[in-house]
Write a protein that binds this ligand. Structure first.
Ligand code: SF4
Length: 199
């Protein structure tokens, strides 16, 4: 079971395969893993103790950053993420990033951004699209139309408590859609990263 894996000089954390989206570009549709590990599918979700055991095998100072990003939405396990971040912060100055689909408020039926204050150094939120209609086509979230406005609200709240925030979109979008995402991100004062689709 792969809980931690390395890409470049970052240590990635894989704690769940749950996700409320079914993005058309999701790497899980084509591959069982990314980077050097064998599979990111989990036989079961690792417990907090198992995750900390895995971390104890690494010197965290050796890494540029620790990134919550696996084969699922990390904030599905918000409480566990919080506990791991506290454990890391007590041991190391290595920055922590979360890659998320931004739907944690809908998953947990409460405001979640304040929970991350003081624990997370940067967050990358998958914007995916410039408007609700294309968001539904691309991310196919189980929460339906309300997802996009909740994502934007979550991002605006993260901006208040997390030092660095970025939106991401995948380069499968049309030029017009990417321009729309740039406008939206700029209106919100959030940087936008256009990333290559993982093939
Ligand atoms: S949010 Fe991430 S894990 Fe979930 S379907 Fe989309 S790309 Fe895959």
């Amino acid at each position: 079971m792969t809980i931690l894996y390395k890409i470049d000089n970052s240590l990635y954390v894989n704690i769940t395969n749950k996700c409320p989206c079914a993005c058309v570009f999701c790497v899980r549709l084509e591959h069982d893993s990314v980077g050097e590990c064998e599979s990111l599918w989990l036989e079961k979700e690792p417990t907090l103790e198992e995750i900390i055991d895995a971390f104890e095998k690494h010197n965290l100072e050796d890494y540029d950053q620790i990134v919550f990003c696996g084969y699922g939405e990390p904030l599905e396990r918000l409480d566990t993420v919080v506990e791991i971040c506290k454990w890391i912060k007590a041991k190391s100055k290595t920055p922590i990033r979360i890659n998320t689909n931004g739907l944690a408020d809908l998953i947990h039926k409460k405001e979640t951004a304040p929970t991350l204050e003081g624990l997370v150094d940067s967050i990358s939120i998958s914007l995916n699209a410039p408007d609700v209609k294309s968001y539904l086509e691309i991310a196919r979230p189980k929460f339906g139309e309300i997802s996009f406005s909740h994502l934007l609200y979550f991002a605006s709240e993260c901006k208040k408590v997390i030092p660095q925030i970025t939106f991401s979109v995948v380069d499968i979008l049309s030029g017009e859609q990417i321009e729309g995402c740039k406008r939206l991100a700029s209106e919100m004062g959030i940087a936008l990263r256009v990333r290559e689709m993982i093939k």
